[in-house]
Design a protein around this ligand. Structure first.
Ligand SMILES: O=C(O)[C@@H](O)C(=O)COP(=O)(O)O
Ligand SMILES: [Zn+2]
Length: 213
């Protein structure tokens, strides 16, 4: 099987898994993956749980549509992340409930929307900056994200949801799942005094696992 066919199948499989676990309701969310000769992106208005490998759009780096159905309206956003993070192999954007809920909270620290509650969050997600609200599909969202993705593999779109990149589709998926779990913990703990990881504990994770905090 070619690299492209294998990635098309992987996007379908992961989209279905995310959908079946309630992480991508309705036709929300989009998934992309880098190829040697362009990149793949899920079609606009598609349910991630019912993708067809042949429908997934193929684009080149100039934004031309090469194959498949019309691409997600967030194509420019995915492209801005790939251009800002040359080591990214894939990107996942979801409207998963707890992360979307956090994205609507007032008084978020825009440089770090979630505290370092657990080692896995620090290792897989890192510091999570907030991107100010833009309507979905607004090309200015790409510009807003461009300045931050060099330092951060994950960002939170205000009143919307997370965008997470990874070296592989599996890595990006693991990271967005961890982000969603941490958002859930954060909301569960909102009325409790919380003891996040301290600077020494985070430094140890950085040195041991290359965590980007
Ligand atoms: O929130 C939106 O409208 C998009 O960010 C989204 O999640 C789904 O849009 P398409 O990928 O164009 O279906
Ligand atoms: Zn969205």
């Amino acid at each position: 099987m070619s690299e492209e066919s294998a990635l098309r199948e992987e996007i379908v499989e992961i989209g279905r898994s995310l959908y079946l676990r309630g992480l991508s309701p309705g036709s929300s969310g989009n998934i992309s993956a880098r190829l040697d000769d362009g990149w793949l992106l899920t079609p606009t208005n598609a349910c991630l749980g019912r993708l067809d490998p042949g429908d997934i759009a193929k684009l080149d780096w100039q934004g031309n549509h090469l194959a498949g159905k019309p691409a997600s309206k967030e194509a420019f956003l995915h492209r801005a992340v790939y251009e800002g993070r040359e080591d990214s192999g894939a990107i996942v954007h979801l409207h998963c409930t707890h992360s979307a809920a956090v994205s609507c909270l007032d008084c978020l620290d825009a440089t770090s929307c979630l505290p370092p509650l657990t080692p896995y969050f620090v290792m897989r997600v890192g510091r999570l900056p907030l991107i100010p609200y833009h309507r979905p599909g607004d090309p200015q969202l790409g510009e807003a994200i461009r300045g931050l993705v060099g330092q951060h593999s994950s960002v939170l779109l205000a009143n919307h949801g997370p965008v997470v990149s990874g070296k592989s589709l599996e890595a990006a998926t693991y990271a967005i799942e961890e982000l969603e779990e941490t958002a859930k913990l954060y909301l569960l703990l909102r009325q409790q005094p919380v003891r996040p990881l301290d600077d020494d504990q985070i430094e140890e994770l950085r040195q041991t696992f290359g965590a980007q905090w």
